[in-house]
Design a protein around this ligand. Sequence first.
Ligand code: GAR
Length: 208
Amino acid sequence: MLDVVVLVSGGGTNLQAIIDAVEAGSITNTRITGVISNNKNAYALERAKKHGIANRCISPKKFASREAFNDKFIEAIDEWKPDLIVLAGFLVVIPPAMIEKYRNRIINIHPSLIPSFCGTGFYGLKVHEAALARGVKVVGATVHFVDEGTDTGPIILQKAVEVEQGDTPEVLQKRVMEQAEWKILPHAIDLIANGKVSVCDGKAVISL
Ligand code: GAR
């Protein structure tokens, strides 16, 4: 059984997609043992509560220094002994000590086809604004392992989505979520839970 802790900051639609897939049996051998938000008003916490999933808020704002926050944050995660940590719209920088400790056991969903529109400053709606400003015709989403860089870790799954005439960043964001994010994130978790993902020479390899 893969014990998963999900980290969130906002609405939690990706968290919901994971919960639904576990409940529907399309993610197997998996249970969500906890949800952590850095933002006490995140609707994602309500979603966890509604499904009886343990949840808590740990905000960097409540600590005197980033080091103090990082220590408490890692401690909180360790308490749930996760096999996998999922960043589902989590907007806080992951402490390097945590990346080291959970090497190839932290995954992130990013709303673009990496290496396009990723890295520092590219998150949420900003990604879709940049894609429309550049005039690309195909966008998408990526699930990847988290390493020390920003959006640089081994890529597990990607899915492309077409840009349509007249798209606004909000409309495009919704299409990318519906057609890509909510599908590839649960799929990646199921693959990991069933031992089908390994990392070799810095690249994720899927065995089917
Ligand atoms: C999602 O689009 C996710 O891909 C993005 O934030 C949104 C969270 O939505 N993450 C990033 O931009 C990370 N760089 P949600 O709270 O409804 O799942």
